[in-house]
Design a protein around this ligand. Structure first.
Ligand code: TTP
Length: 694
């Protein structure tokens, strides 16, 4: 749903930079012989020459379009060079394009806040840089204006073709202009400079839109391509928006756009101007009504987020027509490849960027075997993400099974009889809710990562763990509302919360892994699904969707990775380790560890430091790497373990592996200083007390 945000200021300078025929440029850089030749990049599937996914501008002149297949492109442009996307694991491997996008982002982010919006698009907030230029070297003082700036398209300027350059120069340098337009003129200088730098360092061209908000900048960036930039002066906003087909606007391509057309007769953005805000609110609700009223006037307060790294990692494949997947074995084979790739990318993100992802989402589309199914979408499903190829595979399969059950049951209900046929035409998994690991956590992560993932945790999902994912895009895994504030990185407070979250996660997982290991040794029963052929493991783990009551539960996000020879070494060396386990035993927390049949889930809830958050009830679920349930409910076998960060007993640190004790102590110190009302000397029992008053 669109969110109506008032503009913080209409004197912002926002740029949207979009690479030109991006994959083609990447391929032309790899194979310089292709430069200047009509070129397109085609998908891996060779049917009819493969589907075109990127078309170079030379090929566009011949009428080649992205909607064509290679054979058709050849018929309209016999000289066209078709390059197949690189392939790995039987599917397209986009890493060269992703990495090329990162090169560009690194350059563009030099001048202001930078938001990577997709593999080849970036928003920049250049307000500060433009203000600096305006005060220090305003455009009229620049003696030799670079040609790239003069080539800017300034919307609303009218001039004879022979005078265009002079008219643009005059607009850029006008002394008496509105300050907001002067800032945009400075933005044009800065963006031209950045684009030239991108070309110099990467050999890629890009186009850009420069305006006072994201919406207008994005609209403008595609207006003059390739390798050009377009500025939207204040006075031109209305004429830009007026004729735009309403369905072309972001968020209006779907139902809302249809309703505007069918119910209100609104076909262009200009048509919207005739409706009052109240009328739009009456019809579409307060938020959407205001948002519509705003966009008709070019008002958009969305901030450029500071994000140079991707928001999510996703991988998938389409299986059109007869290639659709019809068996669980087939699904598993592909999920296995996807899991491997996703795990590799998550590892790289952790290693290079110190980030962890928290949500795994599975998306699928099913072919429509009958009328009932044609009305039903295969539901996307999410769950907390566990690291490691096999764990991702296991969880993805469980998500698939859960989605399939729902899909089939609703189809057969609608159909009134059994309906078991299914065929998957599109399958993907993604990792989202990516957060930074707070500084100082890295060595801890390394500690656990240096060891194998030998002991996976719970194999079964619970209804409360598998979330319906409403997001259509793989990049956005949806979360239940009670989890929305999990590991919010924005505030210092939440950073500390995250820090502790991770530490406690590790502590819990390490201990519970230890416990499960003991159990395993005792019973000679292997929980180690990785030791089984993946198909066996996955099938054995078909989810039993038991309910655990109303509380949202969170399973582990960070796997404790431990090698066989090192397993439990650090913990077993420590006599004190057992006290945490004992505590859980006495609290019945670990009762289900003893009973593998009573598979439940882990959830430990942590209360975020209320003094920071300003909300006493700001409970944050702590993702536990454990194996069994720690959840509080009327059922005493599930105990909620609540703690406050500021009440952490420093003694708990003694229970950690020696290698990381110092680091954790350092984290706790500022917490203690920050709150001198903290009760000291509380015991581990007190600290984990399930009955603690939050
Ligand atoms: P776009 O920015 O949509 O297009 P483009 O960069 O190829 O061309 P333009 O100059 O018109 O912006 O997409 C960026 C890349 O994303 C594109 O080069 C290939 C890839 N892509 C796909 O793989 N599939 C798709 O359906 C689309 C639209 C893009």
């Amino acid at each position: 749903m669109p969110v109506a945000r008032p503009e913080s200021s209409d004197s912002r300078v926002i740029a949207h930079v979009d690479m030109d025929c991006f994959y083609v440029q990447v391929e032309q850089r790899r194979q310089p012989d292709l430069r200047g030749q009509p070129t397109a990049v085609v998908q891996y599937n060779a049917w009819k020459g493969g589907g075109l996914i990127a078309v170079g501008y030379e090929a566009r002149k011949f009428g080649v379009k992205r909607s064509m297949r290679g054979d058709e492109a050849k018929s309209v442009c016999p000289e066209i060079q078709l390059v197949t996307v690189p392939v790995a694991r039987g599917k397209a491997d986009l890493s060269i394009y992703r990495n090329a996008g990162s090169e560009v982002v690194a350059i563009l982010s030099r001048k202001g806040r930078c938001e990577r919006a997709s593999i080849d698009e970036v928003y920049l907030d250049l307000t500060e840089a433009a203000e600096k230029m305006l005060s220090e070297t305003p455009p009229e003082s620049v003696e030799a204006i670079n040609d790239e700036v003069i080539k800017s398209h300034v919307l609303g300027l009218s001039a004879e073709p022979s005078d265009v350059r002079q008219t643009v120069r005059e607009w850029l340098c006008q002394r008496n202009a509105d300050r907001r337009d002067k800032l945009l003129a400075c933005g044009a200088f800065i963006v031209a400079e950045l684009r030239m730098q991108v070309l110099k360092e990467t050999q890629f061209t890009c186009s850009a839109g420069i305006a006072h908000n994201k919406m207008l900048a994005k609209l403008a960036s595609g207006m003059n391509k390739p390798a050009q930039q377009t500025v939207v002066p204040f006075a031109s906003v209305e004429s830009l928006l007026d004729p735009l087909p309403i369905r072309k606007m972001k968020q209006l391509g779907g139902k809302l756009g249809h309703s505007l057309q069918d119910d209100l007769g609104v076909n262009t953005v200009g048509d919207l101007l005739q409706f009052s805000e109240e009328k739009l609110q009456d019809r579409y609700g307060i938020n959407t009504g205001t948002w519509l009223w705003n966009i008709a006037r070019g008002i958009n307060g969305d901030e450029v987020e500071s994000r140079v790294l991707p928001k999510s990692h996703g991988t998938g494949k389409t299986f059109p027509g007869r290639n659709c997947l019809k068996t669980i074995d087939g699904i598993e084979r592909w999920l296995s490849k996807f899991s491997e790739e996703l795990a590799e990318r998550l590892e790289a993100d952790l290693e290079q960027n110190k980030r962890i992802a928290q949500t795994l989402t599975l998306h699928a589309s099913a072919s429509k075997a009958n009328e009932a199914q044609s009305q039903k979408k295969f539901p996307s499903k999410s769950c907390p993400l566990r690291y490691g190829t096999n764990k991702i595979l296991e969880d993805a399969l469980n998500l698939f099974q859960a989605g399939l059950r729902e899909y089939l049951s609703s189809s057969s209900k609608a159909h009134g009889n059994g309906c078991s046929g299914w065929g998957i035409t599109n399958l993907s998994i993604s990792a989202s809710k990516i957060v930074d690991i707070p500084s100082g956590t890295c060595s801890i992560m390394k500690y656990f990562h240096s060891q194998d993932q030998r002991y996976p945790s719970s194999k079964e999902f619970d209804d409360k763990e598998i979330h319906e994912s409403t997001a259509l895009s793989p990049s956005v895994g949806s979360e239940s509302s009670s989890r929305k504030h999990l590991l919010e990185p924005e505030t210092e407070c939440s950073k500390d919360g995250t820090k502790m979250n991770i530490v406690m996660n590790i502590v819990m997982q390490a201990h519970l892994d230890d416990k499960s290991r003991m159990f395993e040794e005792k019973t000679q029963t292997s929980f180690c699904r990785e030791s089984l052929p993946s198909s066996t493991s996955a099938k054995k783990n078909e989810p039993q969707l038991d309910s655990v009551g109303e509380e949202t539960v969170i399973k582990d996000a960070i796997s404790g990775n431990r090698s066989q020879d090192q397993k439990g070494k650090a913990f077993k060396e420590k006599q004190g380790t057992s006290s945490i386990l004992q505590f859980f035993q006495t609290q019945n927390c670990s009762s289900s560890i003893q009973e593998p049949k009573e598979e439940t889930v882990n959830a430990i809830q942590e209360t975020a430091e209320s003094s920071c958050s300003g909300k006493a009830d700001d409970t944050v679920p702590l993702e536990s790497g454990g194996i069994r349930n720690m959840h509080h409910s009327a059922d005493q076998s599930r105990v909620a373990c609540m703690y406050k960060i500021d009440e952490i007993d420093p003694n708990v640190v003694d229970e950690l592996p020696r290698e990381i004790q110092e680091e954790v102590r350092a984290w706790l110190r500022p917490q203690k200083r920050a709150n001198n009302t903290t009760k000291r000397g509380s015991s581990i029992t007190h600290y984990f007390s399930p009955n603690k008053n939050m």
